[in-house]
Design a protein around this ligand. Sequence first.
Ligand SMILES: *Cc1c(COP(=O)(O)O)cnc(C)c1O
Length: 376
Amino acid sequence: MNQIQLVDLHTQYLKIKKEIDAAVLRVIDSTAFINGPEVKDFASELEAYLNVKHVIPCANGTDALQIALMAIDVKPGDEILTPSFTYIATAEVIALLQLKPVFVEVDTDTFTIDVADAKSKITSKTKAIIPVHLYGQCANMDAVMELAKDSGIYVIEDTAQAIGSDYTSSTGQKQKAGCIGHIGTTSFFPSKNLGCYGDGGAMMTNDDALADQLRMIANHGQSVKYHHDIIGCNSRLDSIQAAVLRIKLRHLDAYTAARNQAAAFYNEAFDAIEEITTPFIAPYSNHGFHQYTIKLHNVDRDALQAYLNEQGIPANIYYPVPVHLQKGYAQYGAKPGDMPKTESLTSQVLSLPMHTELTEDQLNYIVEHVIRFIKG
Ligand SMILES: *Cc1c(COP(=O)(O)O)cnc(C)c1O
């Protein structure tokens, strides 16, 4: 049995090595490293895959969030609703732009934004809501969109963990994650479901005016070369990464299927273990299983994690501290107990190895050890 990894990028690479190597060498030979044809082709191919009008590539998922906020014309002091149970990037860009992050609870089944709590925190200063499709499953976008419409605020979907996931609205309409709100953002960090071999990110929108704005901001606020109409930044996807992504995009659905297969194996093995709650699948979203995250009850979670690590099984906690209780975010005035659902989740969750290359031997080994620790 090969060594178990949280994410096995090397085995995945070996299966597409010929294509990848040729594509990377082709870019080097062309020397079109920046804004070359690969970047444009990747953007159009991702637009077709997502069925969205505009994909605007950029340097990483954090930039994508920042540029999205800049594009909706925010002013210092404006409030942005965001779940506290997320990766720091979501809140970081809000703070960096001198906006006020307003932390919202998550639903304890889906780990995604609790829209009722968001609604109770809307003020006259609220400018946008950023639902995060955590672990690969879409937030309840019907509820998010309704709230946004009623309150006149923007919706920016953080899709870094859920690229390719399908959302089904109450009318039965199917849309890809990130293409429902005003702007969607994603990351192509290597370990993400659609990962490149370095940094990368993108923004998605069906709105032509927002697309122009996003493109301009990502390119130094430039309308015509050397004419800068607004203050922008420099955020580009490079051609080598785009070439890698064009190949991996063709495999994305197969990768998602492989993740779902591994998840189904875990689900079945843990079905009868009452100390474990396996991932809840919401009726409105399928799951991309960026992470396979269980909730533990009456189990010493940290001891289980240490035991698994000793057995050569990497298991991780996403995320051990919610954003509202992070030291760097103390200025926003939150204190322990403010968000009971989020805070209790951070003490319960454990993410098991999840990637496209898990073998049945490895899965068996993992579940045996999890169950052995719990049942003794
Ligand atoms: C990974 C991630 C990001 C940031 O992406 P980078 O490409 O690393 O900047 C943002 N939000 C979420 C939820 C993420 O998981």
